[in-house]
Design a protein around this ligand. Structure first.
Ligand SMILES: *[C@@H]1O[C@H](CO)[C@@H](O)[C@H](O)[C@H]1NC(C)=O
Ligand SMILES: *[C@@H]1O[C@H](CO)[C@@H](O)[C@H](O)[C@H]1NC(C)=O
Ligand SMILES: *[C@@H]1O[C@H](CO)[C@@H](O)[C@H](O)[C@H]1NC(C)=O
Ligand SMILES: *[C@@H]1O[C@H](CO)[C@@H](O)[C@H](O)[C@H]1NC(C)=O
Length: 243
């Protein structure tokens, strides 16, 4: 009995050793690092769909890289709520190509930081990230009176509900509708041609390594899972041998 207890506790020891080493290999999360658009929106809640689009189009990485770059003039993000997405005509997103999804997301991002008071004085039309390389192709207009701020695209008119987040590099506002660009959803327009890949060229490799981070995380998780199963199996096998 004493022998089996020793054997099991040494298995437990190995188990904790496996846990400690696999955890040690995982990259440490940096909660207090540079501003992270995904984390900002997750914290705010009710932006599940927009977060999914930001991730699937890699726009989240681009935005994070851009606001972390010292040459950035800041960014303004208009984040549509989940309600905004569910009020879209059904199939609207599914009808878009991957390239158009990128443009749709980039249409919600302005390449400058706009504070709430600055909405009163902007001059229309405003350039969006989707207009990069094709200046003026994806503009939107902001109109405001008093505290009310509206955004018009020529297809939809949305209202800015409130400020979700702001710092020196990033301002995030909640909007009640998905901003549909005229160039993509105007009645007579053909699907927009593929733009240059968005984001800044010099920081491209940084965003690429961010993307790699996700797969590292999951393979670490898998390795840990495998280690756990193997250890449990070893404990079970040794128990039946010794008891
Ligand atoms: C940003 O936050 C999300 C969710 O909290 C996280 O999965 C991602 O790894 C973070 N990205 C960076 C670059 O820290
Ligand atoms: C942010 O910028 C700093 C300094 O330029 C750099 O060390 C860091 O890796 C960058 N972080 C991200 C998430 O791009
Ligand atoms: C904003 O839109 C609402 C309804 O869509 C409208 O009643 C209001 O007059 C608009 N305000 C401005 C400043 O355009
Ligand atoms: C945006 O504003 C510009 C300048 O005032 C105007 O020419 C254009 O028609 C407006 N577009 C929309 C969609 O309101």
């Amino acid at each position: 009995m004493a022998a089996s207890r020793t054997f099991i506790s040494s298995n437990l020891f190995i188990f904790f050793l496996v846990m400690a080493t696999t955890n040690g290999q995982a990259p440490a999360p940096a909660p207090s690092g540079p501003t992270n658009i995904t984390a900002v929106l997750e914290k705010a809640g009710q932006f599940t769909m927009f977060i999914r689009l930001l991730k699937s189009t890699q726009a989240a990485d681009q935005i994070n890289t851009q606001i972390n770059s010292s040459s950035s003039q800041g960014l303004t993000v208009f984040a549509p709520t989940d309600n905004a997405f569910s009020s879209l005509k059904s199939g609207t997103l599914n009808s878009l190509s991957d390239q158009q999804k990128v443009q749709l997301v980039q249409f919600h991002v302005l390449p400058t930081l706009l504070t709430m008071p600055q909405f009163q004085t902007v001059s229309n039309p405003l350039r969006t990230q989707a207009g990069d390389g094709q200046n003026g192709k994806f503009p939107l207009n902001i109109t405001s009176s008093g505290n009310q701020v509206n955004i018009t695209t020529g297809v939809v008119s949305a209202t800015v509900a409130n400020s979700v987040y702001s710092d020196k590099q990033l301002a995030v506002y909640q909007v009640d509708q998905v901003l549909l660009p005229l160039a993509m959803f105007g009645s007579s327009s053909a699907p927009a041609p593929a733009p240059e890949k968005g984001g800044s060229v010099t920081t491209g490799s940084a965003s690429g390594s961010d993307g790699g981070g996700d797969s590292t995380d999951s393979s670490d998780a898998e390795r840990f899972g495998f280690g756990l199963i193997a250890t449990v199996a070893a404990i079970a096998a040794s128990s039946s041998l010794w008891i």
